[in-house]
Write a protein that binds this ligand. Structure first.
Ligand code: URA
Ligand code: CA
Length: 442
């Protein structure tokens, strides 16, 4: 078999066999196939696509390129969740404790921020002492004791994805449906959960900006998961503005605590409860989604979710007092208001730019070697559709280093538009994809 022929075949729009896909993944991971040939194949895939069978085969080849985590030491159906990547998207810190409080074990392997999107691992590390680097044995023992744990992906989890992702990032081939689906699902399958709930984002801050594309991606991933015996469900949610008000690591932890403590309502809370409901339902805890939603809401209102978060922080070495006193989280030197320069309605928020603006303050990495400042970021005071007067504070910038502050403010300024007409309301949830159907709610 020759890589050259595989590239030519896909270039001409023909279907690759399982053996060809396996050959390319194994060859790339072992180093026998060079970057330039893989780059050419990625671009051919980006342009010509992969069919369902090819995408599933690619996912399995990728999953098999490293560790396949065995969680059989944890009894029962274990559930994991994954977001395709957003801004101000702190749902894991809320849903995981809610689901665990309802008695379903949550086994979550997370990543770090990617591009303009935040990552759960970076957020958890904003909690003083919190340890995300667990061995599988330690992870298993924590889940068996308290019902949940969140750890950083093991070093050898899907090495094929690490290589491919880095290459896609520099060859303009990130936004390809089969490449995104196989990237995400290979990691979820290798991470060992029995049930998987996906939060597929659509809008200006998401990898999929178009809603129909987001549903197609959701369907693709749900089919892959179910075809390998993992019960998989997806919800498609709006990312035309940050999901929560906070964008930044300690700030998002604080907001998650505020939601679990009942101090904050709104979009982040609603999506988190819905995700928790689908996790309970997909894991077979409840016969209907409505029942699952009541269970999740009860766990929130009763404070059980907040208590579970505290238990998790303690079990992973963190300072659990932050749940009672969020001022113990890292604090910035300065808080700078960003004020409206005219009156009108907030009509669009270029969400990706909000993520980039926060990244420039130090909330995310701009190069692989960058370190993150947990204290910094942006808190939105206004959301889409809100009316502002000239001089009203639209957002607050939490700042330590001021080196790129001007640039961050400038990008933010370009990202928020104010118009005299009230914009149409955007839905929060577009629908749900299960193994047997696609439900469009909007
Ligand atoms: N998240 C991933 O893990 N992979 C992608 O390709 C896109 C988002
Ligand atoms: Ca993420």
């Amino acid at each position: 078999m020759r890589m050259y022929d595989i590239i030519a075949k896909k270039r001409d729009g023909r279907e690759l066999t399982k053996e060809e896909i396996d050959f390319f993944i194994k060859g790339y991971v072992s180093g026998s196939i060079p970057d330039y040939q893989v780059s050419a194949l990625l671009m051919a895939i980006y342009i010509k696509g992969l069919n369902k069978r090819e995408t599933a085969d690619l996912t399995i080849s990728m999953a098999n390129s490293g560790d396949m985590v065995d969680l059989s030491a944890i009894p029962g159906i274990k559930v994991d969740k994954h977001s395709t990547g957003g801004v101000g998207d702190t749902t894991t810190l809320i849903t995981a404790p809610l689901v665990a409080a309802c008695g379903v074990p949550v086994v979550k392997m997370s990543g770090r921020g990617l591009g303009h999107t935040g990552g759960t691992i970076d957020k958890l590390e904003a909690i003083p002492g919190f340890n995300v680097n667990l061995s599988i044995d330690h992870f298993t023992s924590i889940v068996n004791r308290i019902g949940l744990a969140v750890m950083s992906q093991t070093q050898n989890l899907v090495p094929a994805d690490k290589l491919l992702y880095a290459l896609r990032d520099v060859t303009a081939t990130v936004e390809s449906m089969p490449l995104i689906a196989s990237s995400i699902m290979s990691k979820k399958i290798a991470a060992g959960a029995d049930a998987i709930v996906l939060d597929v984002k659509a809008g200006s801050g998401a990898f999929m900006q178009n809603i129909d594309d987001a549903f197609m991606l959701a369907k693709e991933m749900v089919d892959i998961g179910n075809s390998v015996g993992r019960k998989t469900t997806a919800i498609v949610t709006d990312m035309n503005q940050p999901l929560g008000l906070a964008v930044g690591n300690a700030l998002e932890v604080r907001e998650a605590v505020d939601v679990l403590k009942g101090r904050v309502t709104g979009r982040l809370r609603d999506v988190s409860v819905l995700l928790a409901a689908y996790m309970l339902y997909t894991a077979g805890k409840c016969g209907t989604v409505d029942e699952a939603r009541r269970l999740a809401e009860n766990a929130l209102i009763s404070g059980q979710g907040a208590r579970k978060l505290k238990e998790m922080i303690r079990a992973q070495g963190g300072d659990e007092r932050i749940v009672e006193d969020t001022s113990l989280l890292p604090q910035p030197r300065k808080i700078i208001p960003f004020k409206a320069d005219r009156e009108g309605y907030i009509s669009t928020i270029k969400t990706q730019e909000i993520g980039i603006s926060a990244q420039l303050l130090g909330a995310g990495r701009t190069t692989k070697e960058d370190s993150i400042d947990p204290a910094v970021g942006i808190v939105m005071n206004k959301q889409l559709g809100d009316y502002v007067n000239k001089g009203d504070t639209i957002a607050e910038f939490y700042v330590n280093e001021e080196g790129r502050l001007a640039e961050a403010l400038d990008i933010f300024h370009g990202a928020v538009s104010i118009t005299s007409e009230k914009p149409e309301r955007k839905p929060l949830v577009y629908g749900v994809v299960t193994s047997d159907k696609i439900e469009r709610w909007q």
